[in-house]
Design a binder for this molecule. Structure first.
Ligand SMILES: *Cc1c(COP(=O)(O)O)cnc(C)c1O
Length: 378
């Protein structure tokens, strides 16, 4: 989320993002505590979606405690290397075609294999550095990957390539569709374990929800793949990150730019979507959907003005929103407004009001927002 200094950016400087690397490091340390044991799994920190909107280049300094980074594609792999990451990188969606094989020059590359033809592409164009591969089981997500019939066949091919020196390592990869529910992985993990029974190689299954809710299972992983929780947000309904001991890493802030005192029974904003129930002070905040605040969040969505909790009134506009200033009698233009990202107002709460999830809010933020990174305190 680098901010190019063009004119639109300078206009939107009242709305800004802060990314706290101490929070990222704290969340990674929390995860280490969850995983402690004799052979704790290694950690792929998932930084796809430009580190869930936090910016790959921004967050890497907060991830010193993890073992590898998981990215979507080669552009993100390159961003990790430019940011100075030297450890392993797992490409979750690697190899869209045979043309993607030749540019692979990364001695620490791990590729997720979704389809046996990706193995034949690797065989045709042996990269200089043989990659490690993870065979993806289709699981209960049913998006990509080998199914129970084709998995073992793909394994035999990959193993033969490993023995021939074309592949460094063969691992087993699964991703659950319902790890956020207490009963959600039982069947899916049984099917996966049955499919890989007797096959050698490391196993990786657990995302944030599986790590938080299915710790015993996650402890049997050789590598785990947290994403959302590293940024301090919770994938679990009814429990926000701070309630799980996590610290939100991304703060979205703006300012009050105007105050109106409206009489009762007066309409406010487009469509008259809000009508004052009584005489009330209304604050106008310089943030709207152009910045990535969800338009679906309406009247009643919480917001902090000068640290005091109040609510939105009416629809979110393109670059403005209205808030009830009744609880803040001394409000003045210029006062800070927190849209989300503190322990009192986690993004999960805004997401719930907007009918979405925290990851969608983070990745939906405008790339033009100024971003301030708080470095690791020494
Ligand atoms: C995104 C992703 C993760 C991380 O998921 P979170 O729910 O954010 O922890 C892990 N594995 C795969 C395959 C993913 O696509």
């Amino acid at each position: 989320m680098n901010s190019p200094p063009h004119s639109e950016t300078s206009k939107s400087r009242l709305t800004r993002v802060q990314v706290d690397l101490n929070a990222v490091a704290h969340n990674a340390a929390c995860l280490r505590t969850v995983l402690r044991g004799n052979h704790p799994p290694r950690i792929w920190a998932t930084v796809k979606g430009d580190a869930y909107g936090h910016g790959i280049a921004n967050v890497i300094a907060g991830l010193a405690q993890v073992d590898g980074l998981a990215v979507s594609n080669d552009a993100e792999r390159q961003a990790c290397r430019r940011a100075g990451w030297r450890g392993p990188i797992l490409m979750l969606n690697g190899l869209a075609s045979i043309d993607d094989v030749q540019p692979l020059h990364d001695p620490e590359l791990h590729l997720v294999i979704h389809h046996p033809s990706q193995l034949s592409w690797l065989r045709t164009h042996s990269p200089d550095h043989p990659p490690s591969v993870w065979l993806r089981y289709v699981g209960d997500l049913n998006y990509t990957g080998m199914n129970t019939c084709t998995y073992r066949q793909a394994y035999e091919i990959a193993e033969a390539m490993r023995r021939a020196g074309q592949i460094r390592m063969v691992g087993h990869f699964n991703h659950y569709a319902q790890s956020d529910s207490v009963d959600g992985i039982r069947r899916a993990s049984q099917q996966f374990m049955k499919t890989i029974r007797g096959l050698s190689g490391p196993v990786s299954t657990s995302n944030s929800a599986a790590l938080l809710l299915h710790q015993e299972h996650s402890a049997t992983n050789d590598w785990v793949r947290p994403g959302l929780m590293l940024y301090g947000a919770s994938p679990l309904a009814h429990r926000a990150g701070p309630q799980l001991g996590l610290r939100p890493a991304l703060l979205l802030q703006s300012e009050l730019i105007s105050i109106q005192t409206l009489p009762g029974n007066t309409s406010l904003g487009y469509g008259g979507a809000f009508v004052t129930p009584r005489a009330m002070p209304i604050g106008i905040v310089a943030c709207g959907y152009v910045h990535g605040y969800p338009r679906q969040a309406g009247t009643g969505t919480p917001v902090l003005v000068n640290g005091i909790r109040t609510t939105l009134c009416g629809h979110v506009c393109m670059d403005l929103m209205a808030v009830d200033l009744t609880p803040i009698p001394h409000a003045e233009p210029g006062m800070p407004v927190t849209l989300w990202g503190t322990a009192e107002l986690p993004a999960e709460e805004i997401a719930r009001h907007a009918g979405t999830i925290a990851a969608a809010l983070f990745t939906g933020l405008s790339a033009n927002l100024p971003i301030h990174v708080i470095p690791i305190a020494t």
